[in-house]
Design a protein around this ligand. Structure first.
Ligand SMILES: C[S@@+](CC[C@H](N)C(=O)[O-])C[C@H]1O[C@@H](n2cnc3c(N)ncnc32)[C@H](O)[C@@H]1O
Length: 292
């Protein structure tokens, strides 16, 4: 089963979001940002994917969003019968896609945003999927109990991403694999581009912890320090960002589509040029050693 994205408004208002973010300083509240977005601000009314899409060979958002999930699932090497964790599952479209294409025996889809989980349980239900309210940084699973961990465009929110990687290492069985699609700051001449005050404000508004502001060099180092082997980080930016920007440009030019977006989000999209100009968009894979 799937769903349309257009009808549900935001569970909290812009003012409510701001007030709650100000009063919960020191604690990551990415969930509030997604409660505010609701389903009405999804890129398409055709589905509730939130990823930017993998646009090679297509201009259709849903096809691009599904290609992204396929890329992540294939990179993780998910096989029929595997037990899989998906950390930061959004509205669950990606879990239904993984369940029906990769056939895991169990897929635990974790999220901190209540309204997204409620939506997923209704619209993206499947016998092998269990939607779990919990944080990626404190996975409610036994050590060595899962075959694969995946995460799609969510790890930059986790407080911290490093805690999530450690948790993933703990719950993976020996030889288990992780595959993450993530956004990191660009590295230029050996330095991480953080975007100054504007970057800090944007990260606060979208609840991205400062501790996660590092590039691919440090990312790989952290994976190694935790004990992962076969670490690989590839930039897939060129197959993602130009296609997404072209799609959003068309969407914003359509008065009906533009009108469904929250005015604040619509204005931000209209005036931010390329919001990913200082970012790299990456596919991360690594493996827990088979022994030792
Ligand atoms: C950009 S959205 C991506 C959602 C989905 N993966 C997709 O691509 O459609 C980020 C997701 O991460 C979730 N999230 C943020 N912090 C989290 C945490 N600590 N643990 C689990 N999920 C989290 C949010 O609720 C949201 O669903």
């Amino acid at each position: 089963m799937n769903q349309t994205a257009s009808t549900t408004s935001s569970p909290i208002s812009a003012l409510g979001l701001l007030a709650r973010l100000l009063f919960t300083r020191g604690r990551n509240r990415a969930d509030l940002c997604y409660e505010f977005m609701g389903t009405r601000n999804c890129p398409s009314t055709d589905c509730t994917y939130l990823n930017l899409g993998y646009w090679r060979g297509t201009t259709d958002y849903r096809v691009a969003a599904e290609a992204m999930v396929d890329l992540m699932g294939t990179a993780a090497g998910i096989e029929e019968g595997d037990v899989v964790i998906d950390a930061g599952c959004g509205f669950g479209d990606q879990d239904l896609r993984l369940a029906t294409t990769k056939h895991p025996s169990r897929l635990y889809a974790i999220n901190v945003t209540d309204s997204q989980l409620a939506h997923a349980r209704i619209h993206n239900a499947h016998p092998s999927i269990e939607y779990v309210n919990g944080s990626a940084t404190d996975l409610p699973f036994e050590a060595g109990s899962v075959d694969r961990v995946v995460s799609l465009e969510a790890a930059f929110h986790f407080d911290t991403r490093e805690d999530f990687l450690r948790e993933s290492f703990r719950v993976l069985r020996p030889g288990g694999r992780i595959s993450i699609i993530d956004l990191v700051p660009l590295e230029k001449n050996g330095r991480v581009v953080t975007g100054g005050l504007r970057g800090t404000l944007e990260r606060w508004a979208s609840q991205i912890p400062t501790a996660n502001v590092y590039g691919v060099t440090r990312y790989k180092e952290i994976l190694g320090n935790i004990g992962f082997e076969d670490r690989d980080i590839q930039s897939i930016l060129d197959d993602v960002v130009p296609g997404y920007l072209a799609f959003m440009h068309t969407l914003l030019a359509d008065p009906v589509q533009a009108a469904r977006l929250h005015p604040m989000i619509r204005q931000a999209m209209r005036h931010s040029g390329n919001p990913f100009a200082m970012s790299d968009y990456i596919l991360v894979t690594a493996r827990k050693p088979a022994s030792g």
